[in-house]
Design a protein around this ligand. Structure first.
Ligand SMILES: Nc1ncnc2c1ncn2[C@@H]1O[C@H](COP(=O)(O)OP(=O)(O)O)[C@@H](O)[C@H]1O
Ligand SMILES: [Mg+2]
Length: 214
C-alpha cells in the first residue's frame, strides 16, 4: 500500500519541527515506517539551494520570480528523489513545509500572482499531492517570541525571511488561512498556541483516520 504524505505548514516558530518529531515517534510506536524531510532542502542539491535562499551567500538576493523558481527546483528534486520513492515503497512522509509555504510566502507575502504560483506547483509536484496538510496557526508575535528564544539559546541569527517586516508575516498568515479555507478536505487548522503536548493530541486526531486508509 502507498504510504501517506503529510505536510506541516505555518509560520516560523509555530512548532512544525517539534511536531514532525513527535509524529514520527508515534508512527514508529505503531510499527509504521515514516521519514521526515524539510523544505527547501532534503536532498544534496536541495540543501545547496536552501543555503542560497536563506543566507544569500552570493551576496545578491534572488529576484522574486527567481526565488520562487529556486524553491520549485529544490521541491521537484525532493519529490522525485525522496518523496515519491518512499510513498511507493509504503513509507509515510512527513514534510516540514511544502508547496503551500511557497504560495503563502512568495504569493501572499511577496505579492506574486497566486494563481500563477499554484500553477507552477502542479508542474513541480507532478502528481505527488499531500494527503493531509496541517496548518499550525499562530499569532505572528508569538512565533517571533519563540524564535527569539531559540536565537538566544543556540546563538543562531535570523535568515532572510525572518528579517522580513511584521506586515509580511501577517500577509503570510492570512494567506495560509485562505488556502486552508479553499481546500478544506486537504487542510486541517491546528491551534499552535497551545502547549506542544496538546498540539500533538490535536494533530494525532487528524492523522489517525489515515491509518485506516480513510
Ligand atoms: N507548542 C509550543 N509552545 C511553546 N513553544 C514551542 C511549542 N512548539 C515548539 N516550541 C518551541 O518554539 C521554538 C520553535 O519551534 P519549532 O518546532 O522549531 O518551530 P518551526 O519548526 O515551526 O519553526 C522551539 O524553541 C520550540 O522548542
Ligand atoms: Mg522548523
Amino acid at each position: 500500500m502507498r504510504g501517506k504524505f503529510i505536510t506541516l505548514e505555518g509560520p516560523e516558530g509555530s512548532g512544525k519541527s517539534t511536531q514532525a518529531k513527535m509524529m514520527i515517534r508515534r508512527l514508529a510506536e505503531l510499527g509504521i515506517e515514516a521519514i521526515t524531510t524539510r523544505e527547501p532542502g532534503g536532498t544534496a542539491l536541495g540543501e545547496e539551494i536552501r543555503n542560497i535562499l536563506q543566507h544569500n551567500q552570493a551576496g545578491e538576493a534572488p529576484c522574486e520570480r527567481a526565488e520562487l523558481l529556486l524553491f520549485e527546483a529544490s521541491r521537484n528534486q525532493l519529490v522525485e528523489k525522496v518523496i515519491r520513492p518512499a510513498l511507493e515503497n509504503g513509507t509515510w512522509v512527513i514534510c516540514d513545509r511544502f508547496m503551500d509555504s511557497t504560495t503563502a510566502y512568495q504569493g501572499y507575502g511577496r505579492g506574486l500572482p497566486v494563481d500563477e504560483v499554484k500553477a507552477i506547483h502542479l508542474f513541480t509536484i507532478n502528481d505527488v499531492t499531500p494527503d493531509l496538510t496541517l496548518l499550525l496557526d499562530l499569532e505572528v508575535e508569538t512565533g517571533f517570541e519563540r524564535i527569539a528564544e531559540r536565537f538566544l539559546a543556540l546563538g543562531e541569527s535570523a535568515d532572510r525571511f525572518e528579517q522580513e517586516e511584521r506586515s509580511f508575516h501577517e500577509r503570510v498568515r492570512q494567506g495560509y488561512l485562505k488556502l486552508a479555507a479553499e481546500e478544506p478536505d486537504r487542510f486541517r487548522i491546528v491551534d499552535a498556541s497551545q502547549d506542544p503536548k496538546t498540539v500533538s493530541v490535536d494533530i494525532w486526531a487528524t492523522v489517525k483516520p489515515l491509518l485506516k486508509g480513510e
